[in-house]
Design a protein around this ligand. Structure first.
Ligand code: NAD
Length: 280
């Protein structure tokens, strides 16, 4: 039987509506500072979406478009200014940054309670310690999509393909917290299929179009496709959608799956950051 397609767009809309409603009850608007360095076209698109989502939910958004050749000190100065501004509740520096800027240094400079991306070492460390604070939005999105169709993650075999610090590892940690038996596969994994074929829950975050084929997926599995690639002008995921839908139980589409959910989770994180702000 063909897989049920998980409509990430629809679930995301509901989350954004709920954020909007919660924001409407606040005296002060949560405000996001969005920092974009350079002219990477994909980054510009993402930042435009995030700005639009903020406004849609009634949140404030200050956007900083900085030149590609900005030096590290000037960027650090801006982050420090935003850290010290009590009217700014969330700070997001769009990645990737130009090569001459040390991304880890910039991430580390954002105050953890304003880190709506959940990428700072403190927030990632909190995840490792099961002491979650602000969680990376894409990882939250994957868990919410899984939970929309699977009411018990505990005891399931969950396989995450991809081990980046912003997607693969945080997703695996969240699955582990929910008592799944979590396995992480990566570019050096031998016989990927042996692992993926055993997964009740399969999350793929690689960036290689069509990497996961029908014969790599367990019948009835929940498959979450995080990957984004452009093939012949079309956006596609890491999962070979047409063949895998014949065997999976549930499958997210690309576009319309993890992408919109990530955006919704970012706004939810902004609201959380607003609530977590230290009382001065
Ligand atoms: P990354 O390049 O940092 O990590 C890719 C990972 O894939 C690495 O850990 C690598 O070991 C692994 N890998 C590479 N080739 C492999 C192979 N043949 N078999 C198994 N593993 C392999 O990328 P990332 O930042 O984690 O993003 C992954 C993908 O997800 C990208 O396509 C990115 O655009 C997309 N993404 C989507 C969203 C969203 O909101 N939808 C958010 C973040 C990232």
């Amino acid at each position: 039987m063909p897989a049920n397609i998980i409509d990430g767009k629809d679930i995301a809309e509901k989350i954004l509506d709920s954020v909007k409603e919660r924001v409407s009850k606040l005296k002060e608007k949560p405000k996001l500072a969005l920092v974009l360095v350079g002219n990477n076209p994909a980054s510009e698109v993402y930042v435009n979406f995030k700005e639009k989502d903020c406004l849609k939910c009634g949140c404030g958004c200050d956007r900083y478009n900085l030149p590609e050749d900005i030096d590290e000190i000037a960027l650090l100065d801006l982050v420090t200014k935003l850290n010290n501004d009590p009217g700014v509740h969330g700070i997001l520096v769009q990645l990737p940054l130009p090569k001459h800027i040390n991304e880890n240094l910039i991430m580390d400079s954002i105050l953890p309670h304003k880190d709506v991306d959940g990428f700072t070492p403190v927030n990632l460390g909190n995840l490792v310690n099961d002491n979650n604070f602000l969680e990376p939005a894409t990882a939250r999105a994957c868990i919410a999509l899984i939970e929309s169709v699977e009411n018990k993650i505990e005891g399931k075999n969950a396989v995450v393909v991809g081990r980046s610090s912003i997607v693969g590892k945080p997703v695996a940690l969240l699955l582990l917290q929910k008592n799944a038996t979590a396995t992480i596969c990566h570019s050096k994994t031998k016989n990927l299929k042996e692992h993926t074929k055993n997964a009740d829950i399969l999350v793929v975050a690689v960036g290689k179009a069509g990497l996961i084929k029908r014969d790599m997926v367990k019948e009835g599995a929940v498959v979450i496709d995080v990957g984004i690639s452009r093939v012949n002008g079309k956006i596609v995921g890491d999962v070979d959608f047409d063949s895998v839908k014949e065997v999976a139980g549930f499958l997210t589409p690309v576009p319309g799956g993890v992408g919109p959910m990530t955006r919704a989770m970012l706004l939810d994180n902004l609201l959380m950051a607003y609530r977590l702000k230290p009382k001065m």
